[in-house]
Design a protein around this ligand. Structure first.
Ligand SMILES: O=C(O)c1cc(C(=O)O)c2c(n1)C(=O)C(=O)c1cc(C(=O)O)[nH]c1-2
Length: 231
């Protein structure tokens, strides 16, 4: 650890090294992208990931409520619109439910959380609680796992189209949309962290926030792997 504050470019570089703890390397994802997942594993993953999707707008609402910067709020609010949609049948959560139907889960069984694993619930709740209790810039830093998401989603989309042909490819809209939205979101998050984290203390906090978030995503997959993984 250095003692002096980093320049914005050095900080960005340090944040990007967190890719080494990102969940694209989790054995469950490696198998999924290799075409080795069973239908049961895919269904278990889709049903459980729904709880993450459902909670993203709540954590973005927590960030908005703590953010004093009007210009940031004007842009950040778009994330809630992206996930919740503006009318019935629109938005990311709806797209995820359509993915669930495409893997032969009913909307009911996904929405009533009957498949939700305790470990996934704890991990997702920890993320929302983090954003409710930590300084808003740290919460923004925690969202920067999105820097690494597009590559994983691009690989996932290709893997689904190639290996899991039992899933209607037109119901993979969620991933196609996020591949476009995530870079826009992470650019904004990065801009905020570069601007506000100018001391060693705030930079260390941003780094810890991003590690914490990598752990949230990793823990979700640990729980899913333990429950559904065929090894
Ligand atoms: O499927 C994935 O691997 C993945 C990862 C992440 C991420 O890295 O945080 C997000 C998403 N998906 C996602 O769909 C999403 O909407 C999202 C929002 C956020 C966030 O922290 O604000 N991360 C992610």
């Amino acid at each position: 650890m250095t003692t002096a504050a980093l320049s914005p470019d050095e900080l960005e570089e340090a944040l990007r090294t967190h890719v080494k703890g990102y969940h694209h390397q989790h054995p469950f994802h490696l198998r999924m992208n290799n075409g080795e997942s069973t239908r049961e594993e895919i269904r278990g993953w889709v049903a459980n990931r729904f709880y993450y999707q459902l909670n993203i707008p709540k954590k973005d609402g927590a960030i908005l409520s703590a953010c004093p910067d009007r210009e940031v709020r004007r842009r950040w609010v778009q994330r809630i619109v992206d996930h919740d949609g503006t009318t019935e049948g629109t938005g990311g959560i709806e797209a995820w439910l359509r993915l669930a139907e495409a893997v032969d889960l009913s909307r009911d069984e996904v929405e009533d959380a009957r498949h939700l694993l305790p470990g996934v619930r704890f991990a997702v709740d920890a993320y929302v609680n983090f954003t409710r209790t930590k300084p808003w810039v740290e919460s923004v830093a925690s969202s920067l796992t999105e820097l690494f998401a597009p590559d994983l989603m691009t690989d996932r989309l290709a893997a689904f189209e190639r290996h899991y042909t039992w899933i209607d490819p037109k119901e993979l809209t969620y991933f196609r949309t996020r591949i476009v939205q995530a870079p826009r979101d992470s650019d904004h998050g990065l801009e905020i962290v570069r601007k506000y984290c100018t001391t060693k203390e705030t930079q260390d906090a941003a780094m810890s926030a991003l590690s914490f978030k990598c752990d949230v995503l990793w823990s979700m997959l640990d729980a899913i792997d333990l429950a559904y993984g065929h090894r």
